[in-house]
Each structure stands twice: as C-alpha cells, then as structure tokens.
Design a binder for this molecule. Structure first.
Ligand code: ADQ
Length: 453
C-alpha cells in the first residue's frame, strides 16, 4: 500500500497538547495511529495577505505524519470558509434552508481556494499515493486534482449529513457540486439515510452511473477513551466537581456552540423536567460544556447571546440559595477532564437537531463504569441513533419528550442501566475510528480496482 494523503480544511497542530473541539480532528487522530506514513495537507489556520503567486506549503514532520499547510488570504478565509462553507453549506446540509445565506461571490471564492489547494498539493504527490479528502469545505477538490492530471485513487468522506434533493437543489450551484463529486472513486457518508440522499441527488442531477457511495459510520477509540476516563476520574477536577454535588445526580451535555446541536431546545427540555417533576428540585444538576466556535459568523454570535439569556432565565426562575440547576461553561475543557466528567455523570444528554454522527454520544458510553453505568439520552436525528438504539431516544424538538426521558433516566434501576449500556458499548466497540478508516480505505482500493479492470 502506498502513502496515505489526507486533505482537510484544518490540519491539527501537532505541538498543541489538547486537540481542538471538533469531531473530524478527533476521529482522524485516532484512525491514523496505525498508518505507516501519511501526508496531511490543508489550511494552516493562519491568514496572510496575498503575495506574488501561490503561497509555498510549509512542511513539518512529526513521527509518521508530514504536515503540509498553506495560509489563506483574509478574502479567501471569508469567502471560502466563513461564508460558503459555514454560512451556506453547513446550514443547508443540516436541513436549515432558512439560515442559508447565498451569494455567488462566495461560491467563486470557494472554487478558487479548492483550485489553489489542488495546485499546491499536486507537486507533493508521489506515484502509489492514495488521497482521502475530508468534508464539505472540499467537495470540488477531487475534480480540481483530476483537471491537473492527478490519476491516483481519490476518496471523499462527508462528516455532516447530506440532505435530500428536494432541499439540496435550493443551492444555486447544486448541480455543479454534484458534477465535481463524480471525480471521486468513492464517497463515504455517515449513515444509510445520507447515502440514500446522496445517490438520489446524483441521479436527479443526471448521472446514470453515479459515483460509488458507501455508508461508513465514524467512531472513537473506545478502549483508550474508557481508560482515560477511569484515570481522570480520580483526578482533582473530577473530585472537586463530585464534592460539589453532595451525591446528587449529574446530567452532562458537551457540544461545540452550534445551532445544529439543539442547545436552546435542550435547555427548554430541562426546564420542562423541572416544571413537571418538582421532586428533582435542589437535587439534579445539569452541566453543559460548550466552547465557543465560529465566533466570527453572525448566526453563532446571536446564538451565544440567546443561550446566555435562556440559561440565566431558567437559573433565575428555579435556583435556590444553595442550588444552581444549570452550570454553563463556555471555555474549552481538556479532553481527559471531559472524559472524567462523562464518567461521573448519571445522564449523558445529546440532543442535536441534526448531526452527521455525534462522537460525544459514543464517548459518553465508552467512559462509563460497567458496574454502575449512566444513561444516554439521544436525539433520534443524530447520525449515531440507528447504531445506539439502546439509548433513550428522543425527538429534540419536543420538550416534553426530553423531560420524560430525563425523568426516566434519573429514576432507572441499576439493572436496566447495565443492560442498556452493555448493548450500547457493544455498538461503540464495533464501529470505531479504526474500523471506519480501515473499511473506507479498503472500499476505496476495491472500487479503484473495479474501475480500472
Ligand atoms: P462535530 O460537529 O464537531 O463533528 P462531534 O462528533 O460531537 O461533533 O465531535 C465533537 C468532538 O469535540 C468530540 O470528540 C468532543 O469530545 C470534542 N469536544 C466537544 N466539546 C468539547 C469541549 N468543550 N472541550 C473539548 N472537546 C470538546 C463533525 C460532525 C459530527 C461528526 C464528526 C466526526 O458534525 O456529526 O460526528 O464531525 O465525523
């Protein structure tokens, strides 16, 4: 097998001890550990003014991975990243057409950056390489590489949902994007539903022999995460939190600050629990850890203000002098501390309105003590729901449904908790970061062989 070349918008900084709060970086870091040699190409995370011609990629090797990164100009960062990727494709792919804010100039900048990435990557490629492009920022990259004569296998994985044609066709360049996706030897998506939608889109756009699409759910490294959680549990931050709870139950939520995560609806569901089941007053605590993300996009700034207000209102209405119903943290927390928090929590509350997969749900399961596991309350609309059907599944738009599931979780017998957790843990251990990358790359090799046979 040749060298694996990963291309993603952001390339993690190998010198940073803490990984960023984002599923792609976490999933890939776990998956790459067993690859013999890898080139990882993408944006450096820095902005710099345009010079003469393209910027030179910066190369740095750490262990088996060489990182090749390029900066973006402020105009590219705005048009390609903030606008077309995060204010147009992101809401559309999360079924939020009302939040899509299209402008043709941003589409042109998006294509331009994909072209620039292709030009910069091409000289770094060697015969025998296999390229694996990641996520919605880079839909056209495969086609741009093919236009430059790159002939090695190129696969693509989409981490977020893919909507039905009836929705996706509202995007003015929908057909152009679907055309470019034909350049990939294989396209991976998270769930069967996404795979069905993407196939339908490709057919509707007029492709009689559409690119191969497979559902290949991403996971975590559950053994390592479970060990991290068990070790962290004894540490000071967890024991301090534990001491502050006085043996009363804890509900935990952990999400990037994003409207797809259903945070407002979740707070209202918790409020409904307090209204309908007053026996939990002064007992239950809900800890929500939500570091700010994409703070430069207006919708995210508005969401932050709205959530601050909702938490303040609920706490103001229900708190007692010695009890705060919601503890809300907007600063990042180290991963090992999060793992310990999950283990301490009696309930993991994961209620996105839409999510490609949702790794937090899998992390919560992996972090539990098998003798005394907590209960996962999970949105039916998360990509993880079909696999994690032993969770208490809820509709995240229905505050009463959330409240009833929380009450049920808080009062569940240890026997039922163990029984549900055993089923969940079997699933989390059967689709991991390792099986995800192995299965995808295996399918990519065989689809290439079929194409060239
Ligand atoms: P995300 O939308 O970022 O990922 P998710 O899958 O939940 O969502 O992954 C978030 C990751 O960041 C988790 O590993 C979590 O532990 C970490 N994280 C979250 N909050 C954190 C915090 N406060 N501090 C530190 N770490 C934090 C996208 C898609 C998902 C898909 C993944 C992977 O939107 O649907 O599951 O990619 O494909």
């Amino acid at each position: 097998m040749g060298r694996l070349v990963i291309v993603s918008n952001r390339v993690p900084d190998p010198r940073e001890r803490n990984q960023p709060a984002g599923g792609l970086a976490v999933g890939l870091a776990d998956a790459l550990r067993d690859e013999p040699s890898t080139l990882w190409f993408g944006w450096s995370g820095h902005k710099s003014e345009a010079g003469e011609g393209d910027p030179e990629p910066q190369l740095e090797t750490y262990g088996k991975v060489t990182y090749a990164t390029v900066p973006l100009t402020p105009a590219q960062h705005y048009g390609y990243y903030q606008r077309f990727s995060n204010a147009i494709l992101w809401p559309l792919c999360h079924y939020r057409l009302g939040l899509m804010n299209y402008c043709r100039k941003d589409w042109q900048e998006y294509l331009e950056v994909n072209r620039m990435f292709a030009r910069q990557l091409k000289p770094l490629l060697k015969p025998g390489d296999v390229i694996w492009v990641q996520d919605y920022h880079l839909f056209p990259l495969g086609q741009e590489l093919r236009n430059l004569g790159v002939n090695v296998p190129i696969g693509f994985f989409l981490h977020i949902p893919f909507p039905p044609w009836s929705l996706f066709r509202a995007l003015p360049p929908a057909t152009a994007l679907l055309h470019d996706m034909q350049a990939y030897d294989l396209i991976g998506v998270q769930t069967d539903e996404d795979a069905g939608n993407l196939r339908e889109n490709l057919k509707a756009a007029g492709y009689n022999h559409p690119a191969r699409v497979v559902a290949c759910p991403i996971g975590i490294d559950p053994i390592k995460f479970g060990e991290t959680a068990a070790n962290a549990y004894e540490g000071e931050p967890i024991q301090r939190l534990r001491g502050s709870l006085h043996d009363e139950p804890l509900i935990i939520g952990v999400d990037r600050l994003d409207y797809s995560k259903g945070l407002e609806e979740r707070f209202l569901g918790y409020e409904r629990l307090l209204t309908r089941y007053p026996e939990h007053h002064r007992h239950v605590t809900y800890l929500q850890v939500t570091p700010v993300s994409r703070g430069e996009v207006e919708e995210y700034r508005q969401l932050r203000r709205q959530l601050d207000e909702t938490v303040g209102r609920i706490n103001g209405a229900f708190a007692a002098s010695d009890w705060t119903p919601i503890r809300y943290l907007t600063r990042p927390v180290p991963r090992e501390v999060l793992a310990g928090f999950y283990r301490l929590a009696d309930v993991g509350l994961v209620t996105p309105l839409r999510d490609g997969m949702n790794l937090v749900a899998k992390e919560y399961v992996a972090a539990q003590d098998p003798q005394d596991p907590g209960v996962l309350v999970l949105s039916r609309l998360a990509g993880a729901a079909p696999e994690l059907s032993q969770a208490l599944l809820v509709n995240p738009h229905d505050a009463d449904d959330i409240a009833e599931a929380l009450h049920r979780a808080l009062t569940m017998t240890r026997e039922e908790r163990q029984q549900r957790w055993t089923g969940l843990n079997t699933e989390v251990c059967s689709t991991t970061a390792e099986t995800w990358s192995r299965d995808f790359l295996h399918a990519l090799h065989s689809s290439r062989r079929e194409a060239t046979a």
